[in-house]
Design a protein around this ligand. Structure first.
Ligand SMILES: Cc1cn([C@H]2C[C@H](O)[C@@H](COP(=O)(O)OP(=O)(O)O[C@H]3O[C@@H](C)C(=O)[C@@H](O)[C@H]3O)O2)c(=O)[nH]c1=O
Length: 187
């Protein structure tokens, strides 16, 4: 397994070992002890699965309080996956990292607490799964504009398919400070 650090501390790209043979392939998509050794030391409590059609953009989402780490993996198709640092006082506040995740590259993306997360489906359809470090708390579910001009994320489209909630999301500068996590409050 290979773990690659990104430009933002704590955000990691993971390339699990894949064992190929005449039948196909096998891979471990999570192993508590080994992932902890690579800094993904999380008691994951929930697994999610979403299916989306081409051009769908889900995000950018975070929970606060009840922040969640996420370990994202694509079962079929391809997405452009993005993590945005929304921790007040962080040296990388408002900065983001994006990476292609696909059933072909079999990469995983680890997103720590305090980051907003979103993805664009760039294949015909995509089946995306992710482990979460806390339960879903609808009252703490927060959304940040996918096209916030302050973030300058190059999604490669200006007309994604959005949920009504995501289409109405505020920019970072318009989110009340009490709704944003604080740098250093998470372990
Ligand atoms: C996220 C979530 C949603 N739901 C329900 C609420 C709603 O009726 C329906 C669809 O919810 P949403 O529109 O928020 O789904 P979606 O836009 O896919 O939300 C997800 O987006 C990605 C980018 C993330 O990072 C996730 O944490 C989550 O926020 O599913 C749950 O029951 N449990 C959950 O954990």
């Amino acid at each position: 397994m290979r773990v690659v650090d990104t430009d933002i501390t704590g955000v990691r790209i993971i390339e699990p070992d894949v064992f190929e043979d005449a039948r196909g392939f096998f891979m471990e998509t999570y192993q508590r002890q080994r992932y902890a050794g690579y800094g993904v030391d999380v008691d994951f409590v929930q697994d999610n699965l979403s299916f989306s059609s081409a051009g769908t953009l889900r995000g950018l989402h975070y929970q606060y309080p009840f922040a969640q780490e996420k370990l994202v993996h694509v079962i079929s198709g391809e997405i452009y996956d993005v993590a945005v640092d929304v921790r007040r006082g962080s040296p990388t506040f408002g900065r983001w990292v994006g990476t292609a995740l696909s059933s072909a590259n079999r990469r995983q993306f680890f997103i720590p607490k305090g980051f907003a997360h979103g993805f664009l489906v760039v294949s015909d359809t995509a089946l995306v799964t992710y482990k979460c470090g806390d339960y879903y708390h609808p009252e703490a579910d927060r959304t940040l504009r996918w096209d916030d001009p302050a973030l300058i994320i190059d999604w490669g489209t200006k007309t994604p398919l959005l949920s009504p909630k995501d289409a109405a999301a505020p920019s970072l500068k318009d989110i009340p400070s009490g709704y944003l996590p604080v740098y250093g409050e998470f372990k």
